[in-house]
Structure formats: C-alpha cells, structure tokens
Design a protein around this ligand. Structure first.
Ligand SMILES: [Zn+2]
Length: 86
C-alpha cells in the first residue's frame, strides 16, 4: 500500500509520468482516499508550472567569475575514488 511518504518522495515522478504502469492503481487509490496527498500533488504541479513560466536570466558576469574563482582547479582529496573493497 502506498504511503503518504511515498507520494511526497516520488510525487514529481508521478507528475512526469515516470511511475511504472503497474504501480499507478496504488497511486490513484491513495490519491482518492488521501486529501492531503491530493493537495500536495496539486500544489507540486502548480509550483512546477509557475517555475517553468519564470523568465530565465543569465547570471551577471561578475557572479560567474566569482563562482569560477572559488571552484578548485585540482581535485580535492575528498573527491578521489574510494579505496577498493576486499
Ligand atoms: Zn497520503
């Protein structure tokens, strides 16, 4: 049985139609009986729609330069691959 936690975790996959077909009856049943998750999915859809309509502005050149300066030029020790397992 689908839980509210699953809806919260995978709601964007549901809206993107990436939920496997065999799991959809569980989703629709849960959304039928759970008003909170129906509201969550509706608000998530609204947020996605509004965000998609926002104008896109490129970052100011000085901000890009600031970020590029702050990035390390060589890999840090933390970025190295983990040691092989035995
Ligand atoms: Zn729910």
């Amino acid at each position: 049985m689908l839980k509210c936690r699953d809806v919260a975790e995978h709601g964007s996959h549901f809206l993107d139609r990436k939920i496997p077909w065999y799991k959809l009856p569980g989703w629709y049943l849960h959304l039928f009986i759970c008003g909170n998750c129906r509201r969550f999915i509706r608000h998530l859809q609204t947020t996605i729609t509004v965000a998609a309509g926002l104008p896109r502005r490129p970052a100011p050149p000085e901000q890009v330069a600031s970020v590029m300066t702050a990035l390390p030029t060589t890999p840090t020790p933390d970025a190295e691959a983990p040691p092989p397992r035995d």
